[in-house]
Design a protein. Structure first.
Length: 286
């Protein structure tokens, strides 16, 4: 009889995922076991130590999920959820899976909203995808009014699902280049994680290359077409002294600062993430 103990199943799943080139095979194996059984990762680890056994039906279900992950389908597509700061977001095909590095980028926007003098400061997320950035702002700065725009109907559907309960958040289906004309000159913060991969650059990770929507990845020949559009619209949307926050690739900071400075922004600065990679650029509306 096959060994269906948690320990054996986690070990076997981790080995299969390691052989497939998955970056964190043990973590993913534990999370997949937890998904099958409705357990948190720590509870799975405790079950391994106790010597708990899984039913044959659950073991078969786990095998099917591991097979999907072996094909490099994103873990978040398999479980249907992605963590982001204090949130648990619904994700799946058609929407960009939020990344841990974006959790740091959004802090710039949250801090600016918290320190804004307005009683109800306005924050705008252009190209919201799953709604991660907008929902983080709306829930962590509850006195703010948050507006989010997404052009992809598929991604907009996921964002709508994730933000449905946020009473201080307005979501629209619109292009980041000209969204929210009615808010001209009113926003304290505009933030975006725009598509910034050059059209000819092919992402290394199969999870990104095969599963993230192209519309969320590619930004023209140099990857910065949407950054240019964002700079122009954010100048219209922000009040004087308002903050623009842009997430980008680690080698794009200097070019983005150049775009912003030519457009008339003040104090353009690029910020590193915890791995010391340039990850975000901010600027002040004159």
């Amino acid at each position: 009889m096959p060994d269906t103990s948690f320990a054996a199943l986690v070990r076997a799943a981790a080995q299969r995922l390691a052989d497939a080139g998955v970056t964190d095979p043990l973590v993913d194996a534990e999370l997949l076991v937890g998904h099958v059984r409705g357990l948190r990762r720590g509870e799975v680890q405790a079950a391994v130590v106790r010597g708990d056994v899984m039913s044959d039906a659950d073991a078969e279900r786990l095998d099917a999920l591991v097979t999907r992950r072996e094909s490099r389908e994103p873990l978040q597509h398999i479980t249907g959820t992605a963590p982001f700061r204090h949130l648990e977001l619904a994700v799946g095909p058609g929407v960009f899976v939020p990344r841990p590095e974006t959790e740091m980028v959004v802090q710039h926007a949250i801090d600016a909203l918290l320190h804004a003098p307005d009683p109800q400061p306005i924050g705008i997320d252009l190209g919201t995808g799953s709604g991660a950035i907008a929902l983080a702002m709306a829930t962590e700065v509850p006195h703010a009014r948050i507006y989010a725009a997404e052009l992809s109907p598929e991604a907009h559907a996921w964002a709508s699902r994730n933000t449905a309960d946020a009473e201080n958040l307005t979501l629209v289906l619109a292009d980041m280049a000209d969204a929210f004309p009615e808010l001209a000159g009113a926003a304290s913060v505009v933030i975006s994680n725009p598509p910034y991969v050059p059209d000819a650059a092919i992402p290394r990770d199969p999870e990104v290359r095969l599963f993230d929507p192209a519309m969320a990845l590619y930004g023209g020949e140099d990857g910065l077409d949407l950054v240019r559009a964002l700079s122009t619209n954010a100048l219209r949307l922000l009040r004087p002294g308002g903050l623009l926050v842009i997430e980008h690739g680690e080698l794009q900071g200097a070019e983005i600062r150049g775009i912003l400075e030519r457009d008339g922004w003040r104090a353009a600065a690029t910020h590193r993430d915890l791995t010391l990679r340039d990850r975000a650029t901010t600027a002040i509306r004159p």
